[in-house]
Design a protein around this ligand. Structure first.
Ligand code: FS9
Length: 472
């Protein structure tokens, strides 16, 4: 198998191995924009640059470079079903058609570049999602297998989670027994702890972002774009999202740290045990008000340990909140609610999942919303042309998971050396409902009193003023 180089054709016409590029990790050969002609150009340049007959020149083409993964594109995936849809793109259940992992099911997130680059924050979030998913490998965080792009679209090939959202399951059950909630909380705590160790604040913990695998273990997903519907070309945008699980310091924009995730964990725990998040109302403003000032009401039927943990996680004063100190998740893990938990067993997925998704076949999509799965799986063509400069925004998007490369390329250290900087990110809003009857109140913004800013003549609700801080 050929070595994997990051090759860029420079304007000067020289072929360079780009080791110093500021651009984040492009791990495979990316020549031009997936054009075969560009491959020929490379060979011509190699010949003229080397300029000697003594040098053996090897044609660089798909037949001898990265055969399994180097020129991966949409053509390598069969579209099976739609499992998610939004203003920016779609999520498909796909089956790999080529390579060693042929036949494997994946979730393919397809995003339209033109929709994303309209907004700087969306562009940053999309890059952040790709970077975070590349750098984070954990049993309870969804794994990014490949990333690639065409002239118009970005593709993330993610581990397929056949059990769908925990949200759906929670919705069906109404409430969970404490043992059930404890199982999910344990796995979530380890995922959050891992993210924090890497300098990443998740910020978006809610049942919709927790997916179930075939056995019933969970993985966190969604590290990037908001999924709200944005009507193409419309001047008024509807912003949707869930704020019920958000920490007060996010809503007041008074500066926040990793402790926001422990607040969200408290809200999620409350939701699991009582059937709704702790602070809800029929409109967004009142919900915010309750999160900031509302009295926490704990039902009688909760055990003292559960009550105590919820209370300690839902402390408005960050310094008093469990998990806010330097010990982070450790402080949560040693709480009495988890007294019988052997944490080594949790990380090695030895805890018995309380619920196993009922599937009739490997590709059964009954756990996903019919509203999506009933629609034809088409990766719609794009008619317009994206400018070269617009396209440059996404340079270095391409990625292949080390786990996949292990099969074809053993020098994994190369990839590690090419890792992009870690990114602390803040969250993005979420599409409300997605076909379910609401258990919680979601907000819709139509240029309301919320702070808004204008971008490209388009008004955006600005509640999610997320920023990225590069730390490495
Ligand atoms: N395996 C199964 N399902 C996964 N899902 C998580 C994401 C869910 C979704 O609907 N996302 C979504 C994305 C967009 C965007 F525009 F960004 F493309 C719009 C609307 C919805 C679908 C279910 C999943 N994720 C990783 N592996 C998975």
């Amino acid at each position: 198998m050929s070595a994997i180089f990051d090759i860029e054709l420079q304007d000067a016409g020289l072929l360079q191995r780009d080791e110093t590029s500021e651009d984040d990790s492009s791990d495979v050969i990316e020549i031009g924009a997936e054009e075969c002609d560009a491959v020929l150009d490379v060979n011509e340049i190699v010949n003229s640059y080397c300029g000697s007959d003594a040098v053996e020149t090897v044609a660089i083409c798909e037949h001898n470079v990265n055969r399994d993964c180097g020129r991966l594109g949409p053509q390598d995936f069969e579209l099976c079903k739609v499992i998610g849809k939004g203003g920016y793109g779609k999520v498909f259940q796909v089956r790999k058609k080529t390579g060693n992992d042929r036949g494997t099911l994946f979730a393919m997130k397809v995003l339209r570049k033109a929709s994303i680059i309209r907004n700087q924050k969306d562009t940053a979030h999309t890059k952040a999602e790709r970077n975070i998913l590349e750098s984070v490998k954990h049993p309870f965080i969804v794994d990014l297998k490949y990333a690639f792009q065409t002239g118009h679209k970005l593709y993330l090939i993610l581990e397929y989670m056949c059990g769908g959202e925990l949200f759906r399951h929670l919705n069906d059950e109404g409430i969970f027994l404490e043992d059930t909630a404890r199982f999910y909380l344990c796995e979530i705590i380890l995922a959050l702890e891992h993210l924090h160790l890497q300098g990443i604040i998740y910020r978006d913990l809610k049942p919709e972002n927790i997916l179930l695998d075939a056995e019933g273990h969970i993985k966190l997903t969604d590290f990037g774009l908001c999924k709200e519907h944005i009507q193409e070309g419309a001047v008024t945008h509807t912003f949707c999202g869930t704020i019920e699980y958000m920490a007060p310091e996010i809503l007041t924009r008074s500066g926040h740290g990793k402790a926001v995730d422990w607040w969200s964990l408290g809200s999620l725990m409350y939701d699991m045990l009582t059937g709704a998040p702790p602070f809800t109302s029929d409109n967004r403003k009142k919900t915010i008000d309750k999160i900031l000032r509302g009295k926490l009401i704990l039902p009688q039927y909760l055990t003292p340990d559960a009550r105590d943990l919820v209370r300690k996680l839902l402390k408005r004063q960050v310094a008093q909140r469990l998990g806010s100190g330097p010990l982070d998740g450790e402080q949560v893990k040693i709480h009495r609610f988890f007294k019988h938990i052997i944490w080594e067993d949790v990380i090695s997925r030895k805890l018995e999942p309380p619920f196993r998704p009922k599937l009739t076949s490997e590709d059964d999509v009954s756990q996903f919303d019919k509203k999506f799965t009933a629609s034809a799986p088409i990766d719609s063509p794009v008619e317009y042309t994206l400018s070269e400069s617009a396209n440059r925004v996404f340079q270095g998007f391409t990625y292949i998971a080390p786990s996949i490369l292990e099969d074809v390329y053993t020098q994994q250290s190369y990839l590690t050396a090419m890792s992009p900087p870690q990114v602390i990110r803040a969250r993005s809003p979420r599409k409300a409902m997605r076909g379910f009857s609401p258990r919680t109140t979601h907000f819709h913004l139509h240029n309301t009193h919320l702070q808004t800013h204008r971008h490209n003549g388009v008004s955006h609700g600005n509640i999610e003023d997320a920023e990225m801080i590069e730390i490495g």
